[in-house]
Each structure stands twice: as structure tokens, then as C-alpha cells.
Design a protein around this ligand. Structure first.
Ligand code: DLZ
Ligand code: SF4
Length: 506
């Protein structure tokens, strides 16, 4: 039988299950750039360039291998603009008797695919996405019957299963987790390596023109586009990370520094999430560096935990809880997303820096995500749906399976604790400790009230007061509420008043 093998924009891996048994003499591979996907949220321009260019490069690679690729460009005048309608057009072109696809990364897309057979009259085989290190079945078995799903325990199971950083049944070095060693601020004299990235080639430049023309009104810049868009370059980026950054990555993974957008971070998540790199090869490269004595255990364990632990766990949570997951709003947060999330026009230097990097690269590292933009949205009571849409739009690595649990659960605690045992709420003191932002800020991190007070300070206490009912019985919040209880009524009133004035002006 002739198969039409449909590859989505985040399935750009030669080993993806839909290509497993491809027959070059008969089968056709279908890839489509569609307006529906480019606009269901207004993706950052650089995210669009990244995905379309990576799709075009992948199609070229498949063609070089002798495979037949039916590729529909966004600017094709015949393009009907959606997956389903493009599939309908493509089936007669290929004379396929069957459509084969790997399950998508988004619930919304899966619902569409489930209807394709109905719409086209052609059988559709949906295959498991086995590029992950654990299957969804494995996650569900682990999760069954648990009230809370803590990543740490899921991660330990996967360490045992893979044997990575294990000595028999004991963790390498005697501990599962080296987080405590991974929380240092960056010393003043420490100069992180410059990332050159990859200058756009002809295909990317063409896509850049297309995006400038069609999506001029979308957020973000593309003049500094330096992402890898094919597997070769993504592998080079992996090598640079392992050789240059990994040895130092661990200790400074929570640090922030003005003007340093990547520090020692891998910045590999866009490649992992669209399929240019596979989680297994990325972890194995880090493990090899450890075993060859090139990188310390704390750094390698911290990195492995992000990929083997957190990334797999987040995916499991997403599929286990969809479509209900985004509907919860534990703190009943209703405020609109402030305009400075788009413009960066704010006196808060930490926020300004984070938005600048976001605009420029469609990237910021995880502590900026969690403790600057995420923490602010949590403290200010921004409507989770608006925050989630923002994250999905602005980051090159954001597909819903990974973006939603990270935002709804981890950053906003809107799921009431499915993911995190407590909200990641923090005052200016944390940001001051972990960054150099505060030194050049209009506000002072040590000032609690008055015009110079850091907004994260009074918003933090205001958040605790507003959500006392939901949080005061949480054992991990006990210390914070004990401190709040010591505060005079007058001071509390002042905090509430200043927070309300600030929030009212947003
Ligand atoms: C994000 C995205 C964009 C912007 N455009 C396309 C596209 O034109 N064609 C495509 O196949 N995929 C695209 N994607 C990714 C999808 O929106 C979606 O996130 C994934 O297919 C889910 O697995
Ligand atoms: Fe951010 Fe407050 Fe520091 Fe300013 S003082 S950079 S607002 S944490």
C-alpha cells in the first residue's frame, strides 16, 4: 500500500515513528506550512522563522536521501491554510491508501487528527511518539493512585531504568540531587562564553522575508536570528554546550546577569522540542563528558534532571490532565496581562532585561521565566490563560505540551499543586541575590514601602495576604505566614494600599 506520511513542524527527526518503515519507491512524505498554525496564537516572528526554516531544511535532507517529499509552502497560492484541508488536497496527489502520522505534541492538534479519517475517507494510523525517554503509558502507571506527582520520584525511577549516573542501585556520588550546589550567583569577574550561533543561510533568509511580509504585526525581532535550523548545526550547538558550557553550567544555572542572555545554559530546548536533537543523544553526550572527567557530577546531574526528569515528567502531566488542565485557576487570578510584557517598557530592570532577551532571541533561560516574568504574573494575579498564551507566543521552544504545565503549574500554581508543592513566589531579595539587575534599577530591592520600594516586595506580601486561605495550611508556606503574622496591622494596611495602587496602574 502507498502511504502518505505526514510530518508536523515539531517532528523533524529522521527517526520519528511515522518514517520508521518508509518505502522510498512508493511513499510520499507530506509537510505543510499552514496559516492556521502560524496564527492560532501570534507566534514570535523568530519562532516562525525557526520552525518554517527547520521544516524546509528537513524536507531537503529527506529529498537528498531519495525520499519523495510533498512540501506545501505558506506562500503557495493554492495553500488552503489548515492541516485537514491540506491533507485532503494531498491525498489524491500521492494516490495514498493510508495516512501515517506520529501523535502530535498538542491536544488541540490531536483532536483534529482524530477527525481526519472522517473528513478524508482515508484510513489514518496515529503512531506513538517514541522520541521521548519514557512512554506516556509508563508515566500513567507511575501516576496512578498518587495524590501528588513529585518529579523527583519519577526522575529516580528513570535514573534506575536508564542506569544513568547510577552505581548499581545507588545514585552516583551517593545523592540523587545536587541542586544545592547549583544555586550560585555569577561572580563579577566571570565572563560567560559568547554564543555566535548560526548566520542565516539562503533558505532562512527567504523565510525571514516571508515572515516580515506576512507577520509584520507579530511580536519580536528577527534581525539577530542565529538559531540552528538543521540537524548538523544543532549537533554543533550541542558540542559547544558540552565542551564549553557544561562544566560551569551547574553552579550558575540559577544566576542572572544583565546583557548575558545565555550564560552557561544549553539553549538546546528549541532543537529538542522540534526534533532536530533527541533527548537520548543530548543526555548521552553529557554523560560521556562526566565519565571522561570533563564535567563535574553536580553539573551533569543538574542537566540530566532537566531532560530525563523534568521534560519527561511535564509531558506526562500534560497528557494525563488534558483537556481539563488549563481550566483551573487556584488563586482566582483575573487581572489582564500588563502591556510591558510586550514592550518591555517598565522601570523594573529585571523585567526589562527579560523582555529584551525574549524579543531579541525568542528565548530566556528558566530562572528568568520562572522568577521574573512568572513570579511577577503570580504575585500580580494575572489571568493564567493570558500568561499561558504569552509564553506560547514568545518562546521558540514553546509547544503546548511543555509550555502549559510549566506556566499553569510551575510558574502560576494555578493547578493548585498538581506539579509544585508550593508556589514559586519570591520577593526582590531573591532576584537581588541571584542577579546584578537591582544595581541599575529605579527601585531598591531592600526597600519595602514607598516610591523606591521594589514592587516584588509589597506584591509578595500582598499575595500572601490575598491568598491566605489557599496557602496558610501548606506546610512549606508555614515560615512565610509566621513572618506575616509578626507584621503590624498598620504595616499590612500600607502594603495592601501600595500594592493596590501599583496594580491599579498596570
Ligand atoms: C508552531 C507551528 C507553526 C507556527 N507552524 C506550523 C506549520 O506551518 N506546520 C506544521 O506542521 N506545524 C507548525 N507548527 C507546529 C504546530 O503548531 C503544533 O505545535 C505541532 O504540530 C504539535 O505537535
Ligand atoms: Fe527587579 Fe526589584 Fe531588583 Fe528592580 S529592585 S531589578 S524591580 S527585583
Amino acid at each position: 500500500m502507498t502511504n502518505l506520511r505526514f510530518i508536523l513542524g515539531d517532528q523533524l527527526s529522521r527517526s520519528v515513528s511515522s518514517l520508521r518503515d518508509v518505502d522510498p519507491s512508493k511513499d510520499t512524505i507530506l509537510m505543510v506550512e499552514v496559516a492556521e498554525e502560524a496564527t492560532y496564537v501570534r507566534h514570535h516572528k523568530a519562532k516562525l522563522v525557526f520552525i518554517f526554516s527547520a521544516m524546509r531544511h528537513f524536507a531537503e535532507e529527506l529529498r537528498r536521501e531519495g525520499l519523495r517529499v510533498d512540501y506545501v509552502r505558506l506562500d503557495d497560492p493554492q495553500n488552503t491554510g489548515s492541516f485537514a484541508s491540506e491533507l485532503k488536497r494531498a491525498i489524491p496527489r500521492s494516490r495514498a491508501g493510508r495516512v501515517v502520522i506520529t501523535e502530535p505534541g498538542e491536544w488541540r492538534v490531536l483532536q483534529g487528527i482524530r477527525d481526519w479519517e472522517n473528513q478524508t475517507g482515508t484510513p489514518v494510523e496515529i503512531r506513538e511518539d517514541d522520541r521521548f525517554l519514557s512512554s506516556l503509558r509508563e508515566f500513567n502507571v507511575w501516576a496512578e493512585g498518587r495524590k501528588q506527582y513529585r518529579m523527583e520520584f519519577f526522575y529516580r525511577n528513570l535514573r534506575r531504568k536508564t542506569g544513568w549516573l547510577m552505581n548499581g542501585d545507588q545514585p552516583e556520588g551517593g545523592r540523587w540531587n545536587y541542586d544545592i550546589e547549583n544555586r550560585k550567583p555569577l561572580p563579577d569577574d566571570c565572563q560567560p562564553p559568547q554564543r555566535k550561533g548560526f548566520p542565516p543561510d539562503k533558505i532562512t533568509r527567504e523565510v525571514m522575508e516571508l515572515v516580515k511580509e506576512r507577520f509584520a504585526h507579530h511580536f519580536g525581532e528577527i534581525n539577530n536570528f542565529r538559531w540552528a535550523v538543521d540537524r548538523d548545526s544543532a549537533q554543533k550547538a550541542l558540542k559547544v554546550f558540552i565542551d564549553v558550557c557544561l562544566p560551569t553550567f551547574g553552579q550558575y544555572q540559577d544566576a542572572m546577569k544583565a546583557g548575558e542572555d545565555f550564560l552557561y545554559h544549553s539553549a538546546l530546548s528549541p532543537y529538542l522540542n522540534c526534533g532536530l536533537l533527541l533527548p537520548r543523544e543530548v543526555c548521552e553526550s553529557a554523560l560521556q563528558a562526566f565519565h571522561e572527567g570533563e564535567a563535574p557530577l553536580a553539573a551533569v546531574e543538574g542537566f540530566i534532571r532537566q531532560i530525563l526528569g523534568w521534560r519527561e515528567y511535564i509531558r506526562g502531566i500534560y497528557w494525563l490532565h488534558m483537556p481539563e488542565y488549563p481550566k483551573s485557576n487556584y488563586f482566582n487570578a483575573r487581572r489582564c496581562l500588563p502591556g510591558f510584557y510586550w514592550t518591555g517598557d517598565t522601570e523594573m530592570r529585571c523585567m526589562r532585561e527579560t523582555i529584551r532577551s525574549t524579543k531579541r532571541h525568542a528565548y530566556t533561560h528558566h530562572i528568568q521565566l520562572l522568577m521574573i516574568t512568572g513570579n511577577f504574573a503570580l504575585l500580580a494575579g494575572i489571568d493564567p490563560a493570558q500568561v499561558e498564551e504569552w509564553y506560547l507566543i514568545v518562546y521558540a521552544d514553546a509547544f503546548e505540551w511543555v509550555e502549559l504545565p510549566n506556566t499553569h503549574g510551575m510558574a502560576l500554581h494555578a493547578d493548585g499543586g498538581i506539579i509544585g508543592s508550593k508556589p514559586y513566589a519570591a520577593s526582590g531579595a531573591y532576584i537581588n541575590r541571584m542577579s546584578d539587575y537591582c544595581s541599575g534599577c529605579a527601585y531598591a530591592p531592600t526597600t519595602k514601602l514607598g516610591p523606591k520600594a521594589c514592587p516584588y516586595n509589597y506584591l509578595y506580601w500582598n499575595f500572601l495576604m490575598e491568598n491566605q486561605k489557599q496557602l496558610e495550611h501548606n506546610p512549606r508556606m508555614r515560615m512565610s505566614y509566621r513572618n506575616l503574622a509578626r507584621m503590624s496591622t498598620d504595616r499590612r494596611k500600607k502594603i495592601r494600599a501600595e500594592a493596590n495602587t501599583f496594580l491599579g496602574a498596570l
